[in-house]
Design a protein around this ligand. Structure first.
Ligand code: PBG
Length: 312
């Protein structure tokens, strides 16, 4: 009876699984701060992606972790056609047909200072960063990415990426923008995973103030005007009101990012035996769905897909 009257239900179709790719061969290394999440070299990544697809998850979100010595002030490695993400995308498209490959477009893992844009005199410069971001997105498209996801939060980057993609014959390539991305302490474990923590200061000059909801709606509106096809709210759990407001006001698909800190808290409590991991994860994902997220980016995706199947 409850099944019949349930207002929302979970499906693997809603899930997007984030993956981290590193240089080298034969690497599958657990990330300390994120139990169950790994750094993969390209061939191991392909095997993992095949498993993800087999579980019925339609898409992955790919993050590259380049070698330290390749980082520089202008993030040149971010748009290297032979860079780690570009090579990984090509391998995935070759070996895992049918899996949607979304690439994170940002500079923080590629700059020596760890900021998401170009820095001058201790300030992150918005406009000079746009060209580099657009070139990076184009390099992902050329490698075969199915969708690009800019996460840098510079103003105007969706427009800049859209214009360059259109000019280079990628007008069909969709953009999933991290539209309402807050300056959050929940990204801690990710920054260890992506080796992308800022070396000075914080990201408050470009990411949003957690106090603001109207600002999120303004950011989403701007990104849609600039050409975003899917808008994302991030983090998720402390911002479900933002997900709900965006869902109500706009009529394009909405994604929510169940970020690293949210994941690691659940894992840690589960390891201590303080919570029932499966029940908590499924309840959390259902909460995202109830708030109005069409898609959920989550490190729990593989487990959740298995659990959803079992419950059927
Ligand atoms: C890069 C980026 C971050 C995340 C996704 N893309 C970190 C940040 O902005 O510092 C966070 C993801 C997570 O915590 O799971 N800008």
């Amino acid at each position: 009876m409850r099944r019949m009257v349930g207002e929302h239900r979970l499906s693997a179709d809603q899930l997007i699984y984030p993956l981290f790719v590193v240089p080298g061969k034969g690497v599958k290394e657990q990330i300390d701060s994120m139990p169950g999440v790994h750094h993969f070299s390209i061939e191991r990544l392909v095997t993992e992606a095949q498993e993800v697809k087999r579980l019925g998850i339609p898409a992955i979100l790919l993050f590259g972790v380049p070698e330290d010595r390749k980082k520089n002030s202008k993030a040149r490695e971010a748009y290297n056609p032979k860079g780690i993400v570009q090579q990984a995308v090509a391998a995935l498209k070759r070996s895992v047909p049918g899996l949607v490959v979304i690439t994170d477009v940002c500079l923080c893992a590629y700059t020596d200072h760890g900021h998401c844009g170009v820095v001058k005199d201790g300030r992150v410069l918005n406009d000079p960063s746009l060209e580099i971001l657009a070139k990076t997105a184009l390099s992902h498209a050329l490698a075969g990415a199915d969708m690009v996801a800019p996460s840098d939060m510079m103003d105007g980057r969706v427009g800049a990426i859209r214009a360059l993609l259109d000019k280079k014959n990628f007008s069909h390539l969709p953009i999933m923008s991290y539209a309402a991305k807050y300056s959050s302490s929940f990204y801690g474990p990710f920054r260890e995973a992506a080796e992308s923590a800022p070396k000075f200061g914080d990201r408050k000059s470009y990411q949003m103030d957690p106090a603001n909801l109207r600002m999120a709606l303004r950011e989403v509106e701007l990104d849609i005007k600039e050409g975003a096809d899917i808008v994302m709210v991030k983090p998720g759990l402390a911002y479900l009101d933002v997900v709900a407001a965006v869902r109500q006001k706009f009529h394009i698909p909405v994604a929510a990012y169940n970020v690293s800190g949210e994941y690691s808290m659940v894992k840690a409590a589960a390891q201590k035996g303080w919570i029932d991991e499966k029940a908590v994860v499924l309840e959390t994902l259902l909460g995202f769905t109830r708030a109005g997220a069409d898609m959920i980016i989550t490190y729990h995706a593989k487990d959740a897909a298995k659990w959803i199947k079992e419950a059927k």
